[in-house]
Structure formats: C-alpha cells, structure tokens
Write a protein that binds this ligand. Structure first.
Ligand SMILES: Cc1cc2nc3c(=O)[nH]c(=O)nc-3n(C[C@H](O)[C@H](O)[C@H](O)COP(=O)(O)O)c2cc1C
Length: 195
C-alpha cells in the first residue's frame, strides 16, 4: 500500500478530482480494506453503522452492466444505442465498482434521515479521499439504474430497508487527472455577528 509520497493530508484533499475513466490496476484487497476502514470513520450520530457497500469486481462488471441497462429500460428510461455503447465501453475498463447504500433507520426520533444521508455521504467522501491518497481515481455516479428498484435490489438493497446512493468506480486514471477549478469558499461564507 502506498500513500502518495510528499503529499500531506490537506494537500491530498485539495488535489483530489473525480475521474470517470479508470482502468486496471485497481486497488488490491488490502487497499480496498483500508478504503472501507476510512468509510466507517465517518461521523455517525447514535452509531447507527448504517453504511453498506456492494463490491462488484472486474470479472462481474459486464454482467452487472447488462443487468443495469436492462433494468433502466424496464423502468421506462430511454437508453439510446450510443449511450449503451458508451456505458459498456466505460464499464469494460473499470476494475472496481462499489454499490453504495445505507440501511434506513426508520422513524428515528434522534437521527432524522437527513443525518443518515449525510453520514453516508461523508463515508463515500472518505473513500474518495483515501483512493486518491493511494494514487487511484474514483467517480461517484447515480447512473447505472441507481434510482430503479431493481438494481439496488439485485445488489442486496431492497428499497424498504435501504437507501441506494449510487456507485463509485475506482481505478487508475486512463488520462492524467488535471487540476480542477475550485470556487473561492469565501464567496460562500459569512461571519455572523449578533444583532
Ligand atoms: C451523489 C452524487 C451523485 C453523482 N452522480 C453523477 C452522475 O450520475 N453523473 C455525473 O456525471 N456526475 C455525477 N456526480 C458528480 C461527480 O461524481 C463529480 O463529483 C463531479 O464530476 C465533480 O468532480 P469533482 O469531484 O472533481 O469535483 C455525482 C456526485 C454526487 C455527490
């Protein structure tokens, strides 16, 4: 397992950028475990431990892609032949796809669902930052039938008990990741003073 040499934690987060087009090598078993360990360090009100991950390894990605395309069409969403081909081309190179869900804690008076969602988002962000720190790229997508019932269910997440929040494609960038233009956070910030 390598962490990018010379990159401290903050510098690593500042340089992370999503990269959709990834290829092998993907993370090995030890690196995957480490990424998931960072996920379960996410803030978690009442220790719900609701995060769930379905690991779709390279050998199964073609079968999963078939399933996702068929399910999306059955769900009533048009997928043109070109879009299907683009999706298949993309998926054919991805070494690891992670299905992302959390177990809903229904009617939890202490932890409303927005907090459960936020905790899942924080967990996914930790994986993305960890992947980047280890020299991989990742891409969070809610395509591939994320919003159908069939795709989450096929991954083990029925919609009564789980909220499915998409997929992370993880691997080695096919094209070098160029720096992102980020906004000035001070334009989104104000200092509050009492009236
Ligand atoms: C929950 C979630 C779902 C997303 N789904 C998609 C998607 O389906 N398609 C897409 O092009 N980008 C999607 N994105 C955006 C990308 O993952 C990525 O954040 C965006 O391209 C900006 O890149 P950055 O992470 O380097 O800022 C999604 C982001 C989030 C947080």
């Amino acid at each position: 397992m390598t962490i990018n040499p010379g990159m401290d934690h903050v510098e690593s987060m500042l340089s992370r950028r999503s990269n959709k087009l990834v290829q092998a090598p993907g993370p090995d078993a030890g690196q995957i475990k480490l990424m998931l360990q960072t996920a379960v360090c996410a803030p978690d009100h009442s220790a719900l431990r609701a995060w769930r991950f379905a690991m779709i390894e390279q050998a199964e990605i073609a079968a999963f892609t078939d399933l996702a395309i068929a399910a999306t069409r059955r769900w009533g969403r048009e997928i043109t032949a070109q879009k299907e081909q683009n999706t298949r081309n993309w998926m054919s190179k991805v070494p690891l796809l992670i299905g992302l869900a959390y177990k809903i804690s229904h009617d939890n008076s202490k932890v409303p669902e927005i907090e459960q969602t936020l905790s899942m988002g924080a967990a996914v962000m930790n994986i993305q930052n960890a992947a980047h720190a280890m020299g991989f790229a990742s891409y969070w997508s809610t395509g591939l039938g994320s919003y159908t019932e069939e795709v989450p269910e096929a991954l083990g997440f029925d919609s009564l008990d789980y909220r499915f929040v998409g997929f992370l494609a993880v691997g080695t960038p096919i094209h070098p990741t160029t720096p992102a233009q980020r906004p000035d956070p001070m334009t989104m910030t104000h200092v509050w003073k009492p009236k």
